[in-house]
Design a protein around this ligand. Sequence first.
Ligand SMILES: [Zn+2]
Length: 172
Amino acid sequence: MGAQTPVSGGSDVAVNIPARRGPLSGALGLLVVVVLLSVAGFSTYKLFTAPPDAPAQPQFVEAICSVTLKHFSHQREAGENYPFYSPFTKERTAYPAEMCYWTRDGKAKSEPTYVLLNEYIKKPGPTICPDCGRLVEAHNPPPPPELMAAAKSGAPSQPAPAGAVNARSPNN
Ligand SMILES: [Zn+2]
């Protein structure tokens, strides 16, 4: 029970404890960061290099059976080319259909005629629409927008500007 030594050296011990934990947690933390960065980097790499493929989206094409000349919507598989499977012949006898929106008297209609191009079936000569008698080609252009708009709105038919069928003046 003599003179009590003043407690002064405690700080020496206290400093060493965090110093020993430091390197371990630092290395571990670094490892975690490196792993996370690699994962993030890899997924970013994949995101930018791989094209965004959307296999869930079914792709439909208007098709026409070359045997029955019937139209149907064909669900096209990735990379599939014609001839497509025809539900009418149960064979691959169908081709992409061209759409003709013309009527015989030079107006447009909202429901197209589906036409099979001659070139698909190796038939020589231009393809003529069986409904209106006009030329049909690949990526067949539709009638002018105003005619299409008139057809869609179901407007009453106006007299055709050229080649009117009406007799000019029956009583004159
Ligand atoms: Zn036509």
